[in-house]
Design a protein around this ligand. Structure first.
Ligand code: HEM
Length: 400
């Protein structure tokens, strides 16, 4: 058993990290592949092998085995609807909820949305074309996934405008540097969002529709343990997760493509496999870099002693650039195959929305570069916001 490696000065909320975390990850993988972070208060894993193993080892989980005081007891609605969603469950309850919801997000079902996503993308790009400039995130990367997920859930038009702000405020809490004001904003957002969902549920109890929310309510008849809180938490999770990461993946991916003009040219001129392009975009600059697991029993793992109740950090963003797992990992290569990146996670919590996210990205990214043959960013240095969990840009202005 090795002693805990000293904190190597990992500063995920510094500007160097926001600008480019990858050289920092590379140095960590070679010198401190497993280290204790004082800032995060946990042991952090940087190597592909360790991370992939932890996500599939049942001695680790998203929920601690012993009941501890909730870190969100001061935020009653957040605690009730976000801190207890599917991603924060383990074992039988997680299995039950996931099995129930999964068919809705399987490829055959998601494929039915293809025409809708294509049409929506075309319409948005048709409207923008005469302008010869756009802010990619506001104009394209946000409206497409927000519209798709809001349609899927059946959110009425007048509530849609707020979804983005609610999701932003809610997920801010996942960053370790959040402050009291952020906590207050998250609680407010979750409260408002839950009120809208409760009204939607009441409506559907009177007359069912054919959306995801009616599907969940209907499932309650045969699964009495599926509470109203579960329905609200699941709907909220799907709405938030359903667009935050997709927005950032679109921005990060388009930036990568535009900075590799030869590869953008390949997308324009050949019958490229859009699936390969999207997997590489997700690997090369993932929108989600960091997740944690609880240690469920005392054990020794990778020569480190771990105690039940400890948390460990998994740097998916680093695993995706691990030279032991990928050839030339620092190269952006849209033909890369195989590409077993960890951007959607692995194991029991593997992203439920992966097929939907892939469908959207496989349409948006090729469409953007094909439609605008002279497309270029209107800034020299990408404007990434600070963050360890979420990696994405504040804005991506484009001209053509
Ligand atoms: C590019 C876009 C996306 C990325 C990179 C992404 C990534 C992830 C990751 C890494 C996890 C696992 C977290 C962990 O290991 O602890 C996850 C879980 C999840 N994602 Fe996604 N996601 C994306 C889009 C979506 C979409 C569109 C949906 C909407 C349906 C969605 C719904 C979920 C759900 C429900 C879970 C929890 C699954 C469980 O706990 O069993 N995600 N996602």
């Amino acid at each position: 058993v090795v002693a805990l490696s000293h904190d190597p000065g990992f500063d995920p909320y510094g500007s160097a990290f926001a600008a480019n975390p990858y050289p920092i990850y590379r140095a960590l993988r070679s010198k401190h592949p497993i280290f204790y972070s004082d800032k995060l208060g946990m042991l952090v894993f940087t190597r592909y092998r360790d991370i992939a193993e932890i996500t599939t080892d049942r001695r680790f989980g998203r929920a601690p085995t012993q009941t501890t005081v909730s870190p969100f007891s001061d935020l009653p609605h957040f605690d009730r609807y976000v801190a207890r969603n599917m991603l924060e469950m383990e074992g039988a309850k997680h299995q039950q909820l996931r099995t129930l919801v999964a068919p809705y997000f399987m490829p055959d079902r998601v494929q039915l949305l293809e025409q809708r996503v294509r049409k929506l993308t075309s319409q948005i790009l048709d409207n923008l074309a005469p302008q010869r400039c756009m802010e990619f995130l506001e104009d394209v990367a946000i409206p497409i996934p927000v519209t798709v997920i809001a349609d899927l859930l059946g959110v009425e038009e007048d509530a849609r405008g707020q979804l983005r702000q609610w999701a932003d405020a809610t997920v801010r809490i996942y960053e370790h540097d959040h402050n009291q004001e952020d906590r207050h904003a998250a609680e407010q957002a979750v409260t408002a969002f839950a009120d809208v969902l409760k009204q939607m549920i009441a409506h559907r109890r009177k007359s069912a529709t054919d959306d995801f929310l009616s599907f969940l309510i209907n499932a309650q008849r045969s699964a009495p343990t599926l509470t109203d809180d579960d329905v609200i938490a699941t709907a909220m999770m799907v709405l938030n997760a359903g667009h935050e990461a997709t927005v950032n993946a679109s921005g990060n991916g388009l930036w990568a493509l535009l900075n590799h003009p030869d590869q953008a040219a390949t997308v324009r001129t050949s019958s490229l496999d859009a699936a390969k392009l999207v997997e590489e975009v997700l690997r090369y600059d993932a929108p989600l870099h960091f997740f944690h697991r609880y240690v469920l029993e005392d054990m020794t793992f990778a020569d480190h002693k771990l105690r039940a109740g400890d948390r460990v950090g998994l740097l998916y963003g680093s695993a995706n650039r691990d030279e032991e797992a990928f050839d030339a990992p620092e190269d952006f290569n849209i033909e890369r195959h195989p590409n077993p990146h960890l951007s959607f996670g692995k194991g029991t919590h593997f992203c439920l929305g992966a097929h939907l996210a892939r469908l959207e990205l496989q349409i948006i990214l090729p469409e953007m570069v094909k439609r605008f043959s002279t497309l270029e960013p209107a800034l020299d240095v990408p404007d990434y916001h600070q963050g360890l969990v979420f990696r994405g840009m504040r804005r991506l202005p484009l001209i053509w």
